[in-house]
Design a protein around this ligand. Structure first.
Ligand SMILES: CC(C)(COP(=O)(O)OP(=O)(O)OC[C@H]1O[C@@H](n2cnc3c(N)ncnc32)[C@H](O)[C@@H]1OP(=O)(O)O)[C@@H](O)C(=O)NCCC(=O)NCCS
Length: 268
């Protein structure tokens, strides 16, 4: 299998991320942490939860799981958080059920400092996104990252949704596209925006109409107007009918994708 490609910051190499290759799971139990600025992206199949998934969750996650009205949504939430804990636990050599998280002021979870190896080793960072039966877990060392995956919803956007989240320029670009391309273009744009908002840890506290990412899908730098650090933003390859994106504060290096089949073999 081809080795993953080295991805340089956009001004040096604008190669789209759909050129990177899936990497096989390491044979050993422990996962090697991403090197500085590299990102590992894991794709989880939420309809194939790991065995004993509920037992891996902490009290707050179980409470949250109980609040779902539909079993399908509950089970997928449990699968996402159990899968996330299993993977992070393997990087940190910690029992997955014992991992502790801290929540940022706008809701972004990070691993508790007590879970990190020691003060002079850069902390493991992560971000999770789920959409229907699929989740992406991005993992980095030290770099603040955001990942987003969106299932395309036919018929959207309507005029109100588009006007509510796009900049005026993005809106004009969208309207210039043939009608049959607009749904995919919109959700790809929305995934890029959310990846940025999540990398900054702000979520929807950042007004999406003030964050310009445009309709073009190439890797790019994004500078939010409120003076945040520049974001390195790129689309991620994902299953048909979905759009996904990765953003990293200050730039990312090599991105390695881990396929669902490799993941399920490693977790069962
Ligand atoms: C963070 C946010 C942007 C995530 O939105 P989302 O697309 O619904 O959810 P995702 O699956 O991509 O991400 C959720 C995960 O991000 C993480 N997260 C939560 N808050 C976060 C924040 N402020 N920054 C970064 N990550 C965050 C959590 O791990 C969360 O997982 P959990 O819910 O299982 O605990 C959220 O603020 C939000 O409310 N989004 C609403 C989306 C929306 O209204 N879309 C309409 C336009 S189509």
């Amino acid at each position: 299998m081809a080795p993953p490609l080295e991805l340089l910051p956009p001004e040096q190499d604008a190669m789209p991320l759909n050129r990177i290759a899936a990497s096989p799971m390491p044979q050993t139990q422990a996962l090697e942490r991403p090197r500085a600025r590299d990102v590992h992206v894991w794709e989880l199949n939420l309809d194939q939860p790991p065995p004993g998934a509920v037992q891996l969750l902490d009290t707050s996650e179980r409470t949250r799981a109980q609040r779902f009205v539909h079993d399908l949504h509950r089970n997928r939430y449990i699968a996402a958080h159990a899968g996330m804990r299993l993977i992070l636990g393997r990087y940190l050599d910690h029992a997955p059920h014992a991992l502790q998280f801290v929540i940022g002021p706008y809701g972004k979870p990070e691993l508790s400092p007590s879970q990190q190896p020691c003060a002079d080793v850069a902390p493991l960072r992560f971000n999770l996104s789920h959409s229907n039966d699929i989740a992406l877990l991005a993992v980095s060392t030290d770099v603040a990252i955001g990942v987003d995956i969106e299932a395309l919803r036919p018929g959207l956007p309507d005029a109100a949704l588009a006007a509510g989240v796009l900049t005026a320029t993005e809106l004009a670009e969208l309207e210039q596209l043939p009608a049959e391309q607009r749904t995919e273009a919109f959700f790809a744009c929305w995934a890029r925006k959310e990846a940025c908002m999540k990398a900054l840890g702000l979520g929807l506290a950042l007004e999406p109409r003030h964050l310009h990412v445009g309709m073009a899908t190439q890797r790019q730098w994004v500078q939010h107007q409120q003076g945040h650090a520049p974001l390195d933003l790129a689309p991620l390859p994902c299953r048909a009918g979905h759009a996904a994106a990765l953003a990293a504060v200050g730039g990312f290096g090599r991105v390695t994708l881990h396929a669902p089949s490799e993941l399920s073999r490693s977790l069962h």
